[in-house]
Design a protein around this ligand. Structure first.
Ligand code: ADP
Ligand code: MG
Length: 586
């Protein structure tokens, strides 16, 4: 498979350099605030007494999301890694910058990873006394039937929902009202896309799905998630009719109704093609007597260099139409004229809320239980080994995720485990296993975002807490560590066994580890966990996904291993290998 050529520098510099470029190109509109460097803030957006509108999501969708930051639209955007949710710390930087004392509205696409990360940020904001609401954009008709609208993913419909909320906030509406209007816009907005060619993550350069030269995927998601069916490539008019039929049959606009229209290119589809789609779309609407109030044609929510397009319609009433027409000025969208906002009108009273507690301090180890072969130093070595094996498995994990998800799992895990390895290297030599686990959780969460960030970070935190009374781990404590990790994943993600997630590797791993405690020592426990995870991982191939990104696939997810279950197995396998190696050397 040939690699896609890309104009990048070092892979780890992609996001900082993307942000630097956007801000440098639009210095009159954008700035960066906060220690993470991932909050792009409107120069003249946030103001005292105004609801702060925060948007965000993974990178790779440019101009979304930071391109919608500016006067009259979003006050700040949290910028995640490519196709991965921003982390709670990054979202908090954006929210603190946007907070003018009237509360903050968080707006983002409905993806498991974003929901978990934004919810963790919202919990922290609320705890610090900032009123906060969230709205998840869910406009993609192809991603779930209308009865399960709440499960739909967000695609280009973000554009309309952000615009409406930004206008309402700019007009001085209170938080509950801005939220209600964002929900109203979300309910009125439906989209559907088609993909002709794949995109590739810059770190791997490999196309994240395969599609024949003569094929198209109807209903494709914004990260290359499979759509509802694959057809032979058809003429533009026929494709437009298919997408419009799906949208209009659900929207059911009456003759005389007004809509706003967005024909969005996914990254490598020419404007020639997009205008051809628009020409047909106009005929379809004319034939039904539906008027176009405003329309946009271009790249507004892309998927890196994916080929294809999406159509979004928002059904308007006078209120939504007025909010769409309200002036805004951002890099990606300008409407009307924004009267020069006095620079001095910015915020004065923003709460500079203290950030979460730093890395755990080493706890004095005196009163701790010493039985067990796994010392803190050996535990750290086991975790370093887990990082090495995850990094070695990167491409395999990303390939698995490319088939049923968005193709980032290997890269996400590599980023997270490199951060974990760095954090462990900086740990004081006498840090307890609980302290190490806290340090790992913070490093992983801050570096990763995505779904796996909150899931694995919560697992590490809970696992560490379960052994807080121990200096060393014996067989029983190791099993307790594993069981608490599983419980952390369950509490954070709320998936059940059989939903085709990493839970399906953790459950048999913990069950077999607990059995092994009766007869075996530490090594027997971790080897049992490893084998349980492997069996559970393999069994995910027979399951239909019901959680996370791949749940949208339904039966089409069958036959493929779940990437999170695979990374769980790799971690447990590495822990077993490291422990066996250390014991053999001793
Ligand atoms: P994203 O889906 O945000 O791109 P990753 O690709 O890093 O995140 O991770 C995907 C994996 O996360 C899935 O393979 C699955 O194992 C796991 N996952 C997703 N949602 C859940 C959930 N609710 N509970 C447990 N695991 C989940
Ligand atoms: Mg993924």
């Amino acid at each position: 498979m040939t690699k896609t050529k890309k104009l990048i520098n070092a892979p780890e510099d992609i996001i900082p350099q993307l942000i630097a470029g956007m801000v440098a190109a639009h210095p009159d509109m954008l700035t960066v605030e906060g220690p993470t460097g991932r909050a792009v803030v409107a120069v003249d957006g946030p103001r005292d007494g105004k609801v702060g509108v925060v948007v965000g999501g993974g990178s790779g969708h440019e101009p979304a999301f930071a391109g919608y930051v500016g006067r009259g639209l979003a006050d700040a955007a949290a910028v995640g890694n490519i196709f991965a949710s921003p982390s709670p710390e990054q979202i908090l930087d954006a929210a603190r910058a946007a907070d003018g004392g009237a509360g903050v509205l968080l707006l983002y696409g409905n993806y498991t990873g974003d929901v978990m990360n934004f919810t963790m940020a919202a919990e922290e904001l609320a705890a610090a006394g900032t009123p906060v609401r969230q709205v998840q954009v869910a406009d993609d008709v192809a991603s779930a039937p209308v009865e399960r609208r709440g499960e739909r993913r967000g695609i280009a419909g973000d554009f309309f929902v952000f615009k409406v909320a930004g206008a309402a906030a700019d007009l001085g509406e209170p938080l509950a009202r801005v939220e209600a209007l964002a929900r109203k816009a979300n309910d009125a907005t439906l989209s559907m896309g088609v993909a002709l060619g794949a995109c590739s993550l810059p770190q791997t350069g490999k196309p994240n799905f395969e599609i024949g030269d003569d094929e198209m995927e109807i209903g494709m998601g914004l990260h290359g998630e499979p759509g509802i069916r694959r057809d032979k490539l058809a003429p533009a008019d026929q494709v437009t009719d298919t997408l419009m039929e799906a949208i209009l049959s659900e929207m059911a606009p009456a003759q005389g109704d007004r809509v706003a229209v967005l024909v969005n290119g996914l990254g490598s589809t020419s404007l020639v093609e997009l205008y051809i789609l628009f020409a047909r779309l106009k005929q379809v609407l004319d034939a039904r007597g539906i008027a176009i109030h405003r329309s946009w044609v271009g790249e507004y929510a892309t998927s890196l260099e994916m080929a294809g397009a999406s159509i979004t319609l928002m059904r308007l009433d006078d209120e939504l139409a007025a909010l769409l027409d309200h002036p805004c000025r951002t890099p990606a969208l300008t409407v009307g004229t924004v009267e020069g906002a006095a620079a001095g009108s910015a915020r004065s009273a923003r709460k500079a809320a203290g950030s979460a507690e730093g890395p755990a301090r080493a706890t004095p180890a005196v009163a701790l239980i010493r039985e067990g072969a796994i010392t803190p130093a050996l535990f750290r070595a086991m975790m370093q080994r887990a990082g090495d094996e995850i990094i070695a498995a990167r491409d395999w994990l990303s390939e698995l995720d490319g088939v049923i998800g968005d193709g980032d799992h290997g890269i996400t895990m590599e980023i997270g485990w490199k951060a974990v390895q760095g954090a462990l290297e900086n740990a004081p030599g006498d840090e307890t296993i609980e302290g190490c686990c806290k340090r790992m959780a913070k490093a992983f969460l801050d570096a990763v975002g995505a779904s796996s960030g909150p899931l694995y970070a919560t697992a590490f935190l809970r696992a560490g807490a379960a052994v807080s009374d121990r200096l060393n781990l014996d067989a029983g404590a190791l099993a307790a560590w594993l069981a608490a990790a599983l419980q952390g994943v369950r509490d954070r993600g709320r998936a059940e066994p059989g939903d085709k997630t990493m839970i399906d590797a953790w459950v048999p791993a913990v069950a077999r580890a607990q059995e092994a405690v009766a007869t075996g020592a530490e090594l027997a426990v971790i080897e049992a966990a490893r084998d349980g995870a492997e069996a559970g991982m393999k069994a995910t191939a027979d399951l239909e996904a019901r959680r996370g990104r791949s749940a949208k696939l339904g039966a089409r997810s069958k036959g493929h291993i779940d990437p999170g279950a695979a990374s769980t197995w790799v971690i447990l396998r590495a822990m077993a290998t490291a422990l066996a190696g250390a014991q053999a050397a001793a």
